[in-house]
Design a protein around this ligand. Structure first.
Ligand code: ISE
Length: 334
């Protein structure tokens, strides 16, 4: 039987997932598309034989729905995730799980009370072939122990309403997750530096920023977050290890030579750069959700990343190092 999916949130990412589910994923179909803008919902549902609405809770409670793909902005996640847990519906929740650690912990505790993992968080980099390769390399200790990770995370432009704290909670949250995953340990403190501000950034946004994260073993991760770089989407991570380095996201695609120049193209945004990762993520989630489960980062990973980004927001305010405060990990996630 096909997995009947409610897509909640049909903005940039939601609409992309709608195309993916209808066109590229077998074993699943859209059963309900919901967005606060009915026009967005209709557009994303076009061609699919499914319910369309503007009430997200109605989508969760639709009896014709087996699973939920939640692609609304982070602040809407908690209420909807708790409703999904009540129905025991598997969820693929776009990042962040929630924007702050208190709300994320409420979700974790509700899932722990249910006693099984039904929430997967959309940290798609874990499905990117280059990142998967890097993870295997680090796990095998082929280059020795990792000492630092140098990361660059650049967006062509930031959407309207993007704020200083979202630089961390919405963007650097990806590095919080990839660093925990690649290094296999928790991040214990965070510090944020502000270089000279780009005059091309929107009024009031300190862009770029440098975020430093220290792990339990002492590895340091530095992240340049620059969300109005203008030229495209770029995500890089260089692991510096005892016996060598490994770099992902170097943009070594097709190299052209023409008219006295050489070069290639830069992805426009995350939908192109991580297309393959999103496809694999959703495909594997669908397969797992058909058995009621997940196959990827879980609610605890979402919570831990939220705790890191929350420390980052505190560090933005103080200019010093801010400690990451983690609750005890429930047995469900051990
Ligand atoms: C956006 O929400 C994403 O998840 C992108 O991957 C990230 O690059 C961007 O900065 C976020 O705003």
């Amino acid at each position: 039987d096909e997995l009947r999916i409610a897509l909640i949130g049909a903005g940039r990412m939601g609409a992309d997932h709608a195309r993916r589910i209808s066109g590229r994923i077998s074993g699943a179909r859209l059963a309900h598309v919901s967005d606060l803008s009915l026009d967005n919902a209709k557009r994303a549902a076009a061609g699919a034989d499914c319910a369309v609405g503007d009430d997200p809770l109605a989508a969760v409670h639709d009896p014709g729905v087996d699973a939920v793909l939640l692609a609304t902005p982070g602040p809407a996640h908690e209420e909807l995730l708790l409703a999904c847990l009540e129905r025991g519906l598997p969820v693929l929740c776009e990042k962040p799980l929630t924007p702050d650690s208190d709300s994320a912990l409420r979700v974790v505790r509700a899932e722990a009370a249910l006693g099984r993992r039904t929430i997967q968080v959309g940290f798609m980099r874990r499905f990117d072939p280059e990142y998967v390769h890097l993870k295997a390399l680090l796990d095998a200790r082929e280059l020795g122990a990792p000492l630092t990770l140098h990361c660059a995370h650049r967006n062509a432009s930031s959407p309207p309403g993007f704020s200083d704290d979202m630089m961390i909670t919405d963007s650097v949250v990806h590095e919080a997750d990839t660093a925990r995953w690649l290094l296999g340990e928790e991040i214990t403190e965070v510090s944020v530096l502000r270089p000279r501000r780009s005059a091309l950034a929107p009024e009031g946004l300190a862009d770029p920023q440098l975020v430093l994260m220290r792990t339990a073993s002492g590895t340091i991760v530095d992240v340049e977050i620059f969300v109005n770089c203008g030229f495209g989407y770029q995500v890089r991570c260089e692991a510096v290890c005892e016996r060598g380095t490994a770099l992902v996201g170097a943009d070594h695609g097709v190299l052209r030579h023409t008219a006295g120049t050489w070069g290639g193209t830069v992805a426009a945004d995350f939908r192109d750069r991580f297309e393959r990762a999103y496809d694999d993520e959703v495909r594997r989630w669908v397969a797992a959700a058909r058995d009621g489960g997940i196959d990827g980062p879980d609610a605890w990973d979402g919570y831990a990343a939220a705790a890191v980004t929350e420390a980052g927001v505190r560090a933005q305010a103080t200019g010093g190092w801010a400690e990451v405060r983690l609750a005890e990990r429930p047995p469900l996630y051990r």
